[in-house]
Design a protein around this ligand. Structure first.
Ligand SMILES: [Zn+2]
Ligand SMILES: [Zn+2]
Length: 128
């Protein structure tokens, strides 16, 4: 593993912000001045194909990256784009039910909830 690759994975494993490629690049560029955004992206592709990282795509927005591969869901703030993890084990049998009802071979599912994070909600309450 190259030092850059190691640093990218380490960064992702120790953040819970679900950063974009640009955010990962900005946080590491001082340590790796020769590294480009493309390098970050290519390393992320390797992590995704080896199952170490997942890519989260939301409409037209930049992809976000998550090194927490456990089964979890995301709450997304519509104001500041913050993503917060939560678990909801009650959905575990969703895929089984989907297979039973549709005869599909289910590979996975995703679910997000949208709203205002605590900070944005209280900022709005103050500005009213
Ligand atoms: Zn927010
Ligand atoms: Zn997550």
């Amino acid at each position: 593993m190259t030092p850059q690759r190691h640093a990218i994975l380490f960064y992702l494993l120790h953040t819970s912000t679900h950063p974009t490629v640009d955010e990962i690049y900005k946080s590491l560029e001082s340590r790796f001045p020769n590294m480009s955004v493309a390098t970050v992206y290519n390393n992320l592709k390797v992590f995704i194909s080896t199952g170490l990282v997942r890519e989260l795509t939301y409409g037209d927005g930049a992809s976000r990256f998550d090194a927490d591969m456990s089964e979890h869901y995301h709450a997304i703030c519509e104001q500041c784009d913050k993503i917060v993890d939560f678990e909801y084990p009650m959905l575990d049998d969703l895929e089984t039910t989907a297979t039973e009802k549709t005869d599909f071979v289910i590979k996975g599912h995703r679910m997000e909830v949208y709203g205002l994070c605590k900070d944005c909600a209280s900022a709005m309450a103050v500005s009213k």
